[in-house]
Design a protein around this ligand. Sequence first.
Ligand code: GH3
Ligand code: MG
Ligand code: MG
Ligand code: MG
Length: 305
Amino acid sequence: MRAEYSSPTAMPKLLVVDDQPLFIQTMHEIFRDQYEIFMARNGEQALAQAGRLCPDLILLDLNMPDISGMEVCQRLKQNPALADIPVLFVTAEEDFESESLALEAGGADYITKPVNPAVVRARVRTHLTLKAQADQLRALAYLDGLTGVANRRYFDQHLDAEWARSQRHHMPLSLILLDIDFFKTYNDHLGHIAGDQCLKAVAGALQALPKRGHDFVARYGGEEFVVLLADCDLPCALRKAAALQEAVAQLAIQHPASTVSELVTISLGVASTVAGAAHTAGELLDAADRQLYAAKQAGRNRISP
Ligand code: GH3
Ligand code: MG
Ligand code: MG
Ligand code: MG
């Protein structure tokens, strides 16, 4: 799942794929007032454009000289980053066998040429609405409402998947658990609204750090966050932890009630599969939790080990 959604105010992006320039022209005339139109003349171009633009919807011809529309659709559906884009086939093939195969391949709809402008418009609108609703539901299910980072449920799923992947490929996996220091007194002194703003700012700083391929930030609970680092050993994770601590320091949020700094600080616990020899994903989490506790005990605003 992508954690980013196109803004509802932006014009939706339509990718029109057809080997006939005249057909692309027709679609352009039908849709240009409501959507941003991109075009591709063959399957290869379609896949490249889809990857680059991540369009909101694709109108896809079935018969094209190089890669067939069917294969383009299958390849889109195999790519997790593109699989959710609705693909509407638009074709002169009127037989039910082509139609059922196209729907089997993951097509959301099947429209026959010559198209009726009102019908194709209505179908496109329907599929865009369904897509927007699905995106909203996914955001509700997987993202934390306050901070916008992944929630605990998404993290739990992701941890299981990354644990399995690291075992399969014999790669290290590391985890950083971090917690805002003296956050209760922050709330007590400045109020809950300021507390919420502080949580948002900290989450934003964690998320904004440059990421390697599979780094994953989630809100673990209250004022606790977790960062999962795939293919990263303990020294790598400790460097990342130092960067996170520095990123929060750079926010320079005043904390009048803290006894370790005049600014908001975090404590971080780091655990890694190789160094800690955890046998399950749960053991890795427990190890990071023990390290976080150690960082708190040692005086806060620090990284353990
Ligand atoms: P420590 O340094 O040991 O972590 O102390 P602490 O005060 O940060 O820890 P404690 O667990 O006692 O307090 C956590 C506080 O976080 C209490 C709770 O009200 C606050 N908190 C949790 N979630 C939210 C939230 O969504 N918004 C706000 N404003 N506060 C929250
Ligand atoms: Mg064609
Ligand atoms: Mg705390
Ligand atoms: Mg806490």
